[in-house]
Write a protein that binds this ligand. Structure first.
Ligand SMILES: [Zn+2]
Length: 383
């Protein structure tokens, strides 16, 4: 494939808006690229209308290499703030701009192009390559959870997630987990001149807030790569008007966890606090979580990491550094698949993920394609 054709595939995918939804249109595009070839199997798994995960399988038998990326993006935001249309990718000064250019349509396009070129070459694969495109990564990683449950990653020997790495020179192998929670407080409204007739929902909620801040201090161990546990209350709502005792109040908190502490330890603390406060008959606190993810410990010296480093060094002359991710990624779901495999996150991108004027350097997109080709070559010859 010529570089212009490789770039066109990326432009085409950016041209299909998939802002937190509509991934089926991206899956359709991927499917039509591969349908002309008879030695390719295509599977789809619907999450919701207009939201399909897709898997393209080439070859059969062991070993199995999984290349994966999510097909959704965050919202483009205020279109007027973009220098060019976020859904009409434009190259300026060697950078390709558009929503998802970094996170992560360039990584997705790079693995698509790589696999397509392998299929077009007609050379047989001595094992299996699976390309998996997922839905809903940005809003809870439920696509990754769904495909894992469906067995799409079972029996894998190695998994590469083509998530962006700014500069394309650091390989992520470990990641923080995340717990988003909401606490709602139910009180009783009354005239603020007669507060004894009501129950102040904000007072009750703030009791939880204070106790929670103190309780979190027990998680004081530090991960050498990922750093410390982080907890922030990020959203708070309550009350109706200034002269009414508030009947409702709620807050949302966000915890970024590290592998030393399984999520269950945090659940126990939060649930224990709520139970304790609810002993008071005038307190009515309720707790919910949304899409929590465990931290991923990973291994910095896994055979997968070593192979990726060797391949990269042969191509570009230096060894990429193993690093950790401070936000959760789909590896947290993929680790639940059957089998014994390591996972790395490595793809092209920039610091502009989720931002206005998101871009990927065109040269990093091309480096990624070269890397995936060389990696696949090395992976299947070493076995
Ligand atoms: Zn991403």
């Amino acid at each position: 494939m010529k570089p212009t054709q490789q770039l066109q595939i990326l432009k085409d995918i950016i041209g299909i808006p998939s802002e937190n939804q509509n991934e089926a249109a991206v899956a359709d595009y991927i499917e039509q690229l591969f349908t002309p070839f008879s030695n390719v199997q295509i599977d789809r798994l619907t999450y919701a209308p207009g939201r399909d995960n897709i898997m393209v399988t080439v070859g059969n038998g062991q070993p199995t290499l999984v290349l994966t990326g999510h097909m959704d993006t965050v919202k483009a935001g205020d279109l007027k703030k973009w220098t060019s249309d976020p859904f009409q990718a434009e190259v300026r000064n060697g950078k390709l701009y558009g929503r998802g250019a970094s996170d992560m349509k360039s990584g997705l396009a790079a693995i698509i192009v790589t696999l397509l070129e392998i299929v077009q070459s007609g050379k047989p694969v001595t094992g299996t390559i699976k390309l998996i495109g997922t839905v809903g990564e940005e809003t809870g990683e439920y696509g990754a959870a769904q495909v894992t449950k469906a067995g799409w990653l079972d029996g894998a020997d190695a998994v590469i997630i083509a998530e962006p790495n700014s500069g394309f020179h650091e390989i992520t192998y470990t990641a923080k987990g995340v717990i988003d929670y909401r606490v709602t407080s139910k009180g009783k409204s009354a005239h603020s001149a007669r507060p004894h007739l009501g129950i102040n929902a904000i007072d009750k909620l703030l009791l939880f807030y204070q106790r929670m801040q103190t309780a979190m201090q027990q998680f004081d161990q530090v991960d050498p790569v990922l750093g410390e546990v982080v907890h922030n209350v990020t959203l708070i709502k309550g009350g109706e008007q200034v002269n009414t005792i508030p009947e409702d109040a709620s807050l949302m908190g966000n915890i970024r966890t590290i592998p030393i502490y399984p999520n269950q330890m945090f659940y126990d603390v939060i649930e224990g606090l709520i139970e304790d406060l609810n002993q008071d008959p005038t307190t009515d606190l309720k707790l919910e979580y949304s899409f929590p993810e465990e931290a991923v410990p990973g291994r910095s010296d896994s055979p997968l990491m070593k192979l990726a480093q060797t391949v990269y060094e042969d191509l570009f002359g230096f060894i990429p550094e193993p690093v950790g991710a401070v936000s959760a990624n789909e590896a947290a779901e993929f680790v639940h698949a059957q089998g014994d495999f390591d996972i790395i996150d490595f793809g092209p991108g920039s610091e502009t993920s989720h931002a206005i004027d998101e871009y990927v350097p065109v040269s990093d997109y091309q480096k990624a394609i070269a890397f995936y080709h060389a990696f696949i070559q090395a992976f299947f010859t070493k076995e």
